[in-house]
Design a protein around this ligand. Structure first.
Ligand code: SAM
Length: 264
């Protein structure tokens, strides 16, 4: 996965991608992240890359020309680049899009807006994909680009040591993940579920499947409508619905009717 990030704040990004799994993925050569300071492409001797908005009003706008020059400096045909502009107006970023980016053979380029955003002519000329990380407004596109890079990089083959841990993650199936516990087995009086200490692999697998279904039923029942459910899953969901209704533990699962659901 080859990433280029155009930003006014390169240090903010460089530091974030140097740690943990994404940092190690770069060290192994599985992911390349190049960070470019848009100011260095300004023709202005003070390296100014933003200006006031035509028509007036508060807030600065990133100038188009330094961005065009930064893109030209990548030395690639437009067809060899997949350009993304983080924007609250874009399509919503999902696990599906993260997977798509992780398989991308073109160079991935993020143009990070700041302040009021970027001159609209960048979008007219480069025709990038506009992608939002949610219905809220951030101060700049750097955090959004980092979210997308992080989510996509961990799906690149070899980045996460055990591929099974990526496959069982929330949204991959699509079901939410089951709960995880680590040592010691009792913390402040709270023991780990006994089945996880039993050494019975079949029982552990069934418990994890049931708890993944329970999490999804209680927190995101809408996902169950898209999931490929087996006969065993529907039996587990029937048990879960009785258990949670008895305990009054969740209300959202009422949106999903396991009796009318069909198996995979
Ligand atoms: N005036 C813009 C609007 O209302 O559409 C918002 C600009 S915002 C203050 C500055 C920059 O932050 C945007 O250009 C974009 O790069 C980034 N940004 C803000 N919210 C975002 C979101 N939800 N998803 C992705 N990027 C976002």
């Amino acid at each position: 996965m080859q990433c280029d990030l155009l930003t006014l704040f390169p240090d903010m990004v460089k530091s974030a991608v140097s740690y943990s799994i994404v940092g190690r993925a770069q060290a192994k050569g599985l992911v390349t992240i190049r960070v470019h300071n848009i100011r260095e492409f300004s023709e202005d001797r003070h390296r100014v890359a933003d200006d006031t908005s035509y028509g007036g009003g508060a807030g600065m706008v990133l100038k188009a020309e330094p961005i065009f020059r930064a893109i030209d400096a990548l030395g690639q045909e437009r067809s060899c680049l997949r350009i993304i502009v983080p924007s609250p107006q874009g399509v919503t970023f999902t696990q599906r899009l993260a997977r798509d980016l992780s398989h991308e053979s073109r160079r991935l380029v993020w143009i990070c807006g700041h302040y009021e955003g970027i001159d609209e002519r960048v979008k007219s000329r480069l025709e990038p994909e506009e992608v939002s990380i949610g219905d809220y407004v951030l101060t700049g596109g750097e955090l959004s680009a980092l979210v997308m890079i992080d989510a996509a990089a961990r799906l690149v083959a070899g980045v996460v040591g055990d591929p099974a841990s990526v496959e069982q993650d929330s949204f991959s199936v699509p079901l939410l993940d089951f709960p995880h516990y680590t040592k010691p087995h009792t913390v402040r009086g709270y023991p780990v579920p006994a089945v996880l200490l039993s050494g019975n692999h079949a029982a552990v697998r069934r418990w994890r499947r049931k708890e993944a279904l329970r999490n999804t039923y209680c927190k995101r029942p809408d996902l169950l409508r898209e999931a490929s459910l087996t006969r065993e899953d529907l039996e587990l969901l029937s048990d879960i619905s009785q258990e949670v209704n008895k305990e009054h533990r969740c209300v959202r699962g009422e949106d999903f009717n396991h009796e009318s659901a069909s198996t995979a």
